[in-house]
Design a binder for this molecule. Structure first.
Ligand code: ZN
Length: 251
């Protein structure tokens, strides 16, 4: 279950894997699209995790292109930005996968058997284009992941209470009629439930219902979050997942 934890948010389902760190920042932690705010947050994150701030972490992020590309990344000190990628997988400790979002769905993925973590940025284009099935197929191919063992958690995003789309976008979701609700008072407008689409895709790939979680927060109407839809802001939250360094030694 996702909860407020310290300054940000986390899903306590991850507690079963002490070597996996993750979080989603709140609006109060600043604008993660601003390098100074991001570095301040990341330094604090390391310290709270009991890790020395001079350990050369590998931080991976991207310019969101609202695509369906997924990359497997290896540890390398420093910050790396991938241009054409909205999804990352890694098996390397100390490699922080990050995405910036305000309303889009941050999708956290864990394969506990092969110790693989992943993070995807799923707006409506990436969702309908199949970024989650792409990532799951890649995990199976590359790491031998058994999908029924995979855990998928959706962080805070614009939920169906507020996420409104016009007819052209709704048409792209024709395969997912259960995720659309026409608004009686506004012809041609629909409420879209991206989490229902992602759930259906995950189940279709073999993810078990007990291994699929959705944060109960809506970034649009909950003012603890930045929201592009609400404020037309450029400010972003940061989703992060990584395997900690040194966890193996501490046991
Ligand atoms: Zn809402």
């Amino acid at each position: 279950m996702w909860r407020k934890a310290g300054a940000g948010f986390r899903d306590d389902c991850f507690d079963r894997w002490p070597g996996v760190e993750h979080c989603f920042t709140s609006g109060g932690q600043g604008d993660m699209a601003d390098a100074r705010d991001f570095h301040g947050f990341f330094r604090g994150f390391q310290v709270r995790r009991g890790q020395r701030s001079d350990v050369p972490f590998s931080v991976v992020g991207g310019d969101r292109v609202h695509g369906t590309g997924v990359e497997t990344v290896r540890y390398a000190p420093g910050v790396r930005i991938f241009g054409e990628t909205d999804g990352y997988l890694t098996r390397d400790p100390g490699t922080a996968l990050t995405i910036m979002s305000a309303d889009c769905v941050p999708v956290y993925v864990v394969d506990p058997d092969h110790s693989v973590v992943g993070l995807l940025h799923a707006g409506w284009r990436g969702t309908v284009g199949g970024i989650l099935p792409n990532a799951l197929r890649r995990m199976a191919r590359q790491f031998g992941t058994k999908i029924r063992r995979v855990f998928v958690s959706l962080g805070p995003h614009a939920r169906s209470c507020c996420y409104e789309v016009r007819e052209d976008t709704a048409r792209a979701f024709g395969k997912y009629p259960f995720a659309l609700r026409a608004l009686a008072d506004r012809p041609g407008s629909f409420r879209l439930d991206l989490s229902a689409v992602l759930r259906s895709q995950a189940m279709g790939c073999g993810v078990l219902p007990k291994n699929f979680c959705v944060a109960p927060f809506c970034t649009v109407h909950d003012r603890r979050f930045h929201s592009y839809r609400r404020d037309k802001t450029r400010k972003r939250m940061c989703a992060l997942i990584m395997k900690g360094i040194g966890h193996e030694k501490k046991g």
